[in-house]
Design a protein around this ligand. Structure first.
Ligand SMILES: [Zn+2]
Length: 292
């Protein structure tokens, strides 16, 4: 009997010990407004997670059916869905698109419940989303919707058809450049230099966006090369971004002296709703940072 109790105790310990937890793949969900948002803001980090064996899902809250100058409606939604699936393959993630119209998103109860269900079904450890300050109303309201879900994912009586999460995830924001009401704070910065080419290859799947719609609405259609290889190269130069001083300081904090070699980075701010991670928790949740 004593031996049996000892066995049970050691089994329970193995199951709850931190080393066991560290070997369990993390479950990451990135939520954006359009089928190319997570890709741009968190795509490099998603590739790194996926390469390490962690499970990543992208969710687009709208179907993207307004993002083109020549086509729209179901034809555009279908085209963008196919592009998102191809991008998902190239990133190594699964890609869900919710059936809400592009450009018309509001932070309704209905969409909040859709998001609560997605986070629960994925059993997420970390949830990524935009901050609710942005030029685009869909981005803004996606930020609000995820904030609205951040507590409710644990409340059993809400969206009762999907079991609540036992542990509240950590919620983080994608980087942006908006200044009001407050600047983005890069709590974590991830070196994505080693996977930058793969990120560009995945972005290249969104042909309707990077080579057609965004150049058209931005007034630079004449810059897009016709040749496929040339336009991908152009996309890379267009999307390289600049590491601002705050992100550089965050890289130095997390990577030490090797931070100066970082060419491409993605940064994230911890949301004050959801679980509040310690520095050690962040190293566990972003294992590509390596041990101290
Ligand atoms: Zn967008």
């Amino acid at each position: 009997m004593k031996k049996f109790i000892l066995l049970v105790c050691s089994l329970v310990f193995i199951l709850i010990s931190p080393s066991f937890a560290q070997n369990t793949p993390l479950r990451i969900i990135m939520i954006g407004a359009h089928p190319d948002d997570c890709d741009q803001d968190g795509g490099g980090t998603a590739i790194l997670f996926a390469k390490m064996g962690h499970a990543v899902k992208f969710v687009s809250v709208t179907n993207g059916d307004a993002g083109h100058q020549d086509i729209g409606g179901a034809a555009l939604a279908n085209r963008r869905y196919a592009e998102a699936q191809e991008a998902g393959k190239r990133f190594g993630v699964t890609y869900d698109v919710l059936p809400n119209h592009d450009g018309e998103l509001v932070p309704s109860l209905d969409v909040r419940l859709q998001i609560i269900r997605k986070i629960r079904e994925w059993n997420a450890d970390i949830v990524f989303a935009p901050r609710p300050n942005d030029y685009h109303p869909d981005h803004r309201y996606t930020g609000v919707l995820v904030q609205d879900a951040a507590y409710m994912v644990g409340v059993p009586n809400i969206a009762a058809d999907v079991p609540p999460l036992k542990k509240n995830p950590v919620f983080v924001y994608f980087q942006d450049h908006f200044q009001r009401p407050n600047l983005f704070r890069p709590d974590v910065a991830i070196d994505i230099s080693s996977v930058f080419d793969q990120k560009v290859h995945a972005l290249d799947a969104h042909e309707s966006q990077f080579y057609e719609w965004l150049p058209w609405i931005g007034g630079y259609s004449n810059e897009v090369p016709k040749d496929k290889a040339a336009r991908k190269k152009w996309l890379a130069s267009n999307r390289s971004g600049r590491i601002n001083p705050a992100v550089r300081a965050s890289l130095e904090k997390w990577y030490g002296t090797s931070a100066s070699n970082v060419k491409y980075a993605e940064a994230f701010e911890v949301c004050e709703y959801g679980s509040q991670p310690s520095e050690d928790d962040l190293r566990r949740l972003f294992p590509m940072l390596g041990k101290k």
